[in-house]
Design a protein around this ligand. Structure first.
Ligand code: FES
Length: 112
């Protein structure tokens, strides 16, 4: 089953199968700005905040996501799987890369 995932920061949507990580679904947007690091919870580059929807979460290093953050919906996109449609915000390095990349893509569309 596929779920719709909305990146609130850019308004972009992507589909995510319930058996894959949210990061893998996001990577199919095929934008070079999406940082895909270790894909295993080790580097912390794929930090997001899930603001709506249900997701499963694998173990995450507290070095990257504290218990307090986790209680507020913060997770590593490579460690979560969607169980319903999701809305999320990108954080930290992921936010800078995704938002800059979306702005660049919009600029190219305008110039064409
Ligand atoms: S890609 Fe490294 S923690 Fe997610």
């Amino acid at each position: 089953m596929e779920h719709d995932v909305l990146i609130e920061d850019t308004g972009e949507h992507f589909l995510c199968r319930d058996s894959e990580s949210v990061l893998n679904g996001m990577a199919r947007l095929c934008r070079k700005g999406i940082p895909v690091g270790c894909r295993g919870g080790g580097c912390g580059i794929c930090k997001v905040r899930v603001t709506a929807g249900e997701h499963r979460c694998r173990a995450m290093s507290k070095a990257h996501v504290s218990d307090t953050e986790r209680a507020c919906g913060v997770a590593l996109a490579c460690c979560i799987e969607a169980c319903s449609d999701l809305r999320l915000q990108v954080l930290g390095k992921m936010q800078r890369a995704v938002c800059r990349s979306a702005a660049d893509a919009a600029s190219v569309r305008k110039s064409n």
